[in-house]
Design a protein around this ligand. Sequence first.
Ligand SMILES: Cc1cc2nc3c(=O)[nH]c(=O)nc-3n(C[C@H](O)[C@H](O)[C@H](O)COP(=O)(O)OP(=O)(O)OC[C@H]3O[C@@H](n4cnc5c(N)ncnc54)[C@H](O)[C@@H]3O)c2cc1C
Length: 559
Amino acid sequence: MDDLVETPDDGGAFPRLSEAHIAALSTCGQRRPTQEGEVLVREAERNRDFYVILAGNVAVIEGYGTDHDRLVAVHGPGRFLDEIGLLTRQPAFVSAVVRDPGEVLRVPLPALRELVSRDRKLGDEILRAFLRRRELLINAVSGIRIIGSRYSPDTRRLREFAARNRLPHTWIDLEDDDGAEALLQQLSLAPDDTPVVLWRDEHVLRNPSNADLARLTGLPVPRSAETDLVIVGAGPAGLAAAVYGASEGLATVVVDAVAAGGQAATSSHIENYLGFPAGILGAELADRAVIQAEKFGATISVPAEAVALEHHGGYHVVRLDDNTEIRTLTVVIATGARYRKLDVPRLGEFEPTSAYYAATLAEARLCGQQPVVVVGGGNSAGQATMYLSQHASEVHLLIRHDDPGRDMSRYLIDQIERNPKVDVRPHTEVRELLGHDGQLEAIVVEDNHTGARSRLDARLLFVFIGAQPCTGWLRDSLALDEHGFVRTGPDAVSPTWDGPQPNLLETSRAGVFAVGDVRSGSIKRVASAVGEGAMAVRLIHQHLARIGRSTAGIAPPAS
Ligand SMILES: Cc1cc2nc3c(=O)[nH]c(=O)nc-3n(C[C@H](O)[C@H](O)[C@H](O)COP(=O)(O)OP(=O)(O)OC[C@H]3O[C@@H](n4cnc5c(N)ncnc54)[C@H](O)[C@@H]3O)c2cc1C
């Protein structure tokens, strides 16, 4: 490796710290000389320190110490190492090795956290760079390797879990990757053992559960606990409740079935959330909120699906799919909604490879400059159309009704109308999916005014046609409306109810609140979900006062 040219900054990923910031960091760190070949950060290491390079060069390498190491970046004086996983205590996905000796400043993680919570400018600079670096890392390194067939539902499950949790990963498709079988043979595995997850040639998991993959990659899995507040669902509503709950002294535990961020994290670009005039990636909003909630002491666990809400001995009990039980004084239900599926023949056949319900970087990478179809008339379909147009040769946007302006914001319609790669088709519905070997090739659509059918070439199908609430697990415990959304406030009890009236966001069970998209009558927006999450905490304090419990009656569970 002879090219020690420093990697150029990429959108704020590799800033150089100012003298003032280095001086501030020096107050809580230690300067020391480095030697050529010294490993500052080792791949897979979990508990590591923060390093600023003061002199010399450091190479960032994937697979260091193996015969297939790969240079990812080179950093020189004034730059700092690592990425968002340092703050979220995930293992490192790359190593950092001194190439040109010099000096580094080593800052222990707790001291860094303390300093950046006091120095907003420094905190912002580091956080922005860390978030951008994770995005770059997802594209630049192999990370964990998922070997499996495109037709296997478990392969898709693992790929989705990795993508939703923003884990650097590579998918090796057994169906068309010549090296896949050879790789399996090297590991003494057969195609029947797949999907297989590999990391650093050391960890081999055969068809692991999402929880196994979470453990491998350092995501925090749930534990039994007793607490003040359990929040079920870590979308915008749940994360807002976590930030307010934890910052106001409540021992707060958040569980999510899939990943933090909820639907918002499946959005490529949110442009109407207050305070972000240039828009913000849904995934970035989620990462920022997670760090903010954890800063105040909330614990967030994934994957952790709530399967029952019970009540024993004065406590609400949230039971998870792995039988973990969390006893709590109060609960916030923030489980949002899941996207509906198209009612069209052969969907199941194409779903593993060609049909998607989100448009993030992971899905965009699959477009490969081929034509794609987006179905839906709301903002999520509009955003997906704009984003995918950067990665596909053409995007056909199919809207069932006549007026694109009915459910979509004007700013999106304007952008779409100006985009030469987008073909908007109002009053059009999908009738048939065509293709071979599970691979979508074309879609037959029908003009629902004239009945005329036509064929559109399409490699991928993206569906955004409304959502249904994630409340199956609450059917026997809370009052739901006719569509399954959770009733709150006066709607939650019958007119003849003679107990205390539920508070505005309180459900039919005292001390259990519902916020965001899952709540009957809610406005389906990030801002309203966040607002309700914050409001719920105020109402929780009132509830605790009413039942005579102090707000921080229980020590927060150790994280
Ligand atoms: C592609 C897309 C683009 C969008 N763009 C915008 C936009 O630009 N502006 C805007 O204002 N809104 C937008 N929205 C809508 C916005 O994202 C939602 O209104 C918002 O995310 C709702 O937040 P929430 O926290 O209530 O629920 P959700 O975001 O749905 O989060 C719910 C969470 O609960 C978890 N969960 C579900 N069931 C369980 C269970 N049993 N146990 C544990 N966890 C569970 C889920 O995994 C999920 O993470 C968009 C939505 C989509 C899909």
